[in-house]
Design a protein around this ligand. Structure first.
Ligand SMILES: C[S@@+](CC[C@H](N)C(=O)[O-])C[C@H]1O[C@@H](n2cnc3c(N)ncnc32)[C@H](O)[C@@H]1O
Length: 341
């Protein structure tokens, strides 16, 4: 009976959302844990051209756009809760042990650990922030306080403040890490405590919808002290504002909508910023490292979050890998500066 329902849903989603979405959701609702190697290869191995062609052609653009518009009526905050308030312990099973970054790391070679790679990333971002030690810093979307903790441990003595929309993260950041973090929506709420010398985000601007970017960059500009700067790590669509993967992202980040890179740059410049750095980095090794850790912790993960959530992350990680492999989006690190007067 359950299998009949699953097949019925697959058929109706095939028509309404196209093959990629229907397949992903079908696998998420698998009655058993997805088999690690088969599942990774299922998403990442090249497919025959005819199949790839069908997968990329349907749903057609007009239908994708209509679907997307309907999806964007959802509340952004409830989508964040859906993704991040799964369970702190669950994320701890596959993220790096020390900082618990949920964003792309910098692997310098294939031998190094996720922990080392996350420290390299943190060092890179710290370098972009050009800190001398006493600046007042705001982290938009601070997650489990990873970068704030790194900055504190590497000697930053100025005020460090973080914002998150996840209640689970807030509790962890305040109680376990003793950080100054508030539950505040950085898109809709003012930045309390301005001016700041530095504002940064790592992996949070992906949640900001294209129509909200201009306002966010302007708010960031206004909240920075003269001569201040902002650093953002985020991934953005390369050229197509509505690629085929757009519908599938709804399964993992309900209510979020990626922007094209040029929309970010235009919004930053319109706010008055000068773009002084824009580099591209590779997300794929981090996704693979998270996948391997999740698989290694399958039993604990199933006990913590159950089969459907486990299978959702088992689908999300190779799907995201494929998304970058197919160059739909790039991971950027951008520095934007406000003039001194
Ligand atoms: C992918 S996580 C990255 C967390 C952290 N920066 C890191 O590097 O691990 C995205 C974070 O953005 C936060 N976030 C998303 N939208 C937000 C919003 N509108 N206001 C505040 N936080 C938001 C989420 O709660 C989450 O902490």
């Amino acid at each position: 009976m359950a299998e009949t329902g699953r097949l019925q849903r697959f058929t109706s989603e095939l028509i309404s959302h196209g093959p990629l979405y229907a397949l992903a959701n079908h696998r998420i609702h698998s009655p058993k844990p997805l088999v690690p190697l088969e599942n990774w290869k299922y998403w990442t191995d090249p497919k025959p051209q005819w199949l790839e062609g069908i997968m990329r052609a349907y749903p057609p653009r007009w239908k994708r756009k209509a679907y997307l518009d309907a999806m964007l009526e959802q509340d952004h905050a409830s989508g964040i809760e859906a993704h991040y308030d799964v369970s702190n312990e669950f994320y701890a099973l596959f993220l790096d042990k020390k900082y618990r970054f949920y964003t792309a790391a910098d692997f310098w070679n294939k031998q190094e650990t996720l922990e080392e790679a996350q420290v390299h990333k943190a060092g890179f971002i710290r370098g972009l922030l050009r800190l001398s030690g006493d600046e007042k810093v705001l982290d938009l979307g601070c997650g489990w306080g990873s970068m704030l903790r790194y900055l504190r441990e590497t000697g930053h003595s100025g005020e460090l403040i973080g914002l998150t929309l996840s209640q689970e993260q807030l509790t962890f950041d305040q109680q376990q890490r003793g950080l100054s973090v508030s539950l505040s929506d950085f898109i809709t709420e003012p930045f309390e405590g301005a001016p700041y010398d530095r504002i940064y985000s790592i992996g949070s601007l992906e949640h900001v919808r294209p129509a909200e970017l201009a306002n966010l960059y302007q708010k960031t500009y206004d909240a920075l002290a003269p001569g201040g700067l902002a650093v953002h790590q985020f991934f953005s669509y390369r050229s197509d504002p509505c690629p085929i993967s757009v519908a599938v992202l709804e399964l993992f980040f309900p209510g979020s909508m990626l922007s094209m890179h040029r929309i970010h740059i235009e919004a930053a410049e319109a706010a008055g910023f000068r773009i002084t750095h824009d580099s591209i980095h590779d997300y794929k090794p981090t996704l693979r490292a998270w996948y391997d850790r999740l698989v290694a912790n399958q039993d604990k993960a199933l006990a913590l979050v159950g089969l459907e959530v486990y299978n959702r992350y088992m689908t999300f990680l190779p799907f995201a890998w494929l998304f970058f492999k197919q160059n739909e989006a790039d991971l950027h690190r951008v520095v934007i500066e406000k003039t001194a007067c």
